[in-house]
Design a protein around this ligand. Structure first.
Ligand code: ZN
Length: 491
């Protein structure tokens, strides 16, 4: 009963919101984390056609409602989630500035306690607003965009103190776009998200069966009681794409989606967080197993430098082998980060530290052995080095981000010290110290950071990242930050 009550309220709210926004309701589906778990963020470059990109500049509360400063009127999808009660608004094609990312805006009005803001997905960009509700009763929202002021106003409609009977649903002036329950859900498109996943998007909740055919490198999904949308969106597969072919077939009232990968790549289903989507993680199978640690559960690695007890740093150059990481114009993240990492190791040894690399060659290494190398080495500090990227429409974005695992206070101290050095010594744009659930920093037990040293998709930053002297300056800055951290915090 209580469960049903909660759900009907949730659906009611979704209907109200979606009518106002003109989007279809989304089933309440819990995404536990504001920042979805992203293990392999640049495993794959999404190569998508250019679409308009919006910039969310601020989120505020006013007498009229919630005020989003934004340079356009993005499509918004909504999800109602219970326990704790919250509403998730996803603004499509919308970028969040560094200072606003992972921030919390206190509201205490309109039944909303606070709003959490994050760049939920990078490419294509999705800004996520999580409205933490203080009042479990539904409130309808009507959106209106004022292009002149650059303001998207979300106005509360009919604040309620008791559940709203369906007959008195607040009426929006916007066209109501409610799905007819007689129509089957449609498969609306396939696209890459920022985590290297291929996402099959449906208009409503879908169920499916999957099967894998290793002989043909094909993963198939049979989705009953659905239709292929007449406006199906498909990704453009680049020359380097690990996907060879995507096929959709309507067989009676069933849609079959087949995804064929190139040799050396496989597909795994990502944990399902949204009943309207199926996300497929692409991963590369090692081409040359002999270069991998013989026992990936307990990899050991060579220690460089005189192991004099001053401290041991594990340096993790991201990606490697067939996993090239971020790429643009034939330049690969895996090569840049290896060069920076080797400089970093050399400098750390010069100032008296011992160093272990997770890789010193261009080889494929999964995330788990990277963590195991650090654990087995009993490292004092773990530094993962990466290069960032966005899609072509965001080539102006540049700068450095330093990440620590959520809740890791020593990790944050380390990140602050390293980040300050990088910003002071390289002149790079400061995109902030951030927390994120990257696998390698979340699963290591020592203070751990992941440095995104710059954007390969920004032409001038890309050319700096390729220069040996800039790589050395980055390495030196990271080394200084690690050194001051170990001097201050190591007992
Ligand atoms: Zn990377």
């Amino acid at each position: 009963m209580n469960q049903y009550y909660q759900q009907s309220i949730g659906m009611l709210l979704c209907l109200v919101i979606s009518s106002c926004f003109g989007t279809q309701p989304v089933n309440a589906e819990d995404t536990h984390n504001l920042q979805q778990e992203f293990q392999q963020i640049h495993r794959l470059q999404a190569q998508l056609p250019f679409s308009q990109q919006f910039q969310l500049r601020n989120v505020q509360v006013g007498t009229e409602g919630l005020i989003l400063s934004i340079n356009g009127n993005p499509q918004i999808s909504t999800t109602r989630v219970a326990n704790p009660d919250r509403v998730i608004l996803d603004l499509q094609s919308t970028e969040v500035p560094a200072w606003l990312h992972n921030s919390t805006v206190p509201i205490n009005r309109y039944g909303i306690r606070q709003i959490r803001v994050a760049q939920f997905q990078k490419s294509p960009a999705i800004a996520r607003l999580v409205l933490d509700l203080s009042n479990p009763n539904p409130v309808g929202w009507q959106s209106s965009f004022d292009g002149g002021r650059g303001i998207l106003l979300l106005r509360p409609v009919g604040t309620q103190t008791s559940p709203v009977p369906v007959a008195t649903l607040p009426v929006s002036n916007n066209p109501v776009n409610q799905p007819s329950s007689n129509q089957p859900p449609t498969i609306d498109g396939l696209s890459f998200n920022g985590y290297g996943q291929l996402v099959i998007q449906a208009s409503r909740t879908i169920t499916y069966r999957s099967s894998n055919s290793p002989e043909t490198n094909t993963y198939s999904f049979t989705i009953p009681a659905t239709r292929i949308s007449s406006q199906l969106r498909r990704p453009i597969l680049g020359a380097n794409s690990p996907i060879e072919q995507i096929r959709l077939n309507q067989v009676g009232d069933t849609v079959v989606v087949s995804v064929k990968t190139i040799t050396g790549w496989q597909i795994r289903e990502a944990p399902r967080t949204n009943a309207q989507q199926v996300a497929l993680q692409l991963f590369s199978i090692s081409q040359n197993t002999s270069v991998l640690p013989t026992n990936p559960r307990s990899p050991t690695a060579q220690i460089y430098g005189n192991n004099n007890g001053r401290g041991l740093i594990v340096i993790d150059p991201g990606h490697g082998g067939p996993d090239v990481g971020a790429t643009r114009n034939g330049v690969y993240e895996k090569d840049i980060v290896l060069a920076i990492s080797k400089q970093l190791g050399r400098i750390l040894q010069q100032i008296g530290y011992s160093v272990v690399y997770t890789r010193t060659e261009d080889l494929d290494l999964d995330l788990e052995p990277r963590v195991q190398i650090a654990e087995n080495a009993k490292a004092d500090v773990f530094v993962s080095v990466h290069v960032n990227s966005l899609d072509a429409s965001s080539s102006q974005v540049n700068g450095v981000e330093t990440y620590y695992a959520p809740g890791a206070s020593l990790g944050k101290n380390l990140a602050d010290l390293v980040h300050d050095q990088i910003i002071a010594n390289t002149g790079a744009n400061d995109r902030g110290v951030r927390s994120a659930r990257f696998y390698v920093i979340r699963n290591t037990s020592m203070p751990a950071i992941l440095v995104e040293t710059g954007y390969i998709t920004n032409p001038s930053e890309a050319s700096r990242l390729l220069s040996g002297s800039y790589q050395e300056r980055l390495a030196e800055s990271i080394a200084r930050g690690v050194d001051s951290f170990l001097k201050s915090y190591r007992r």
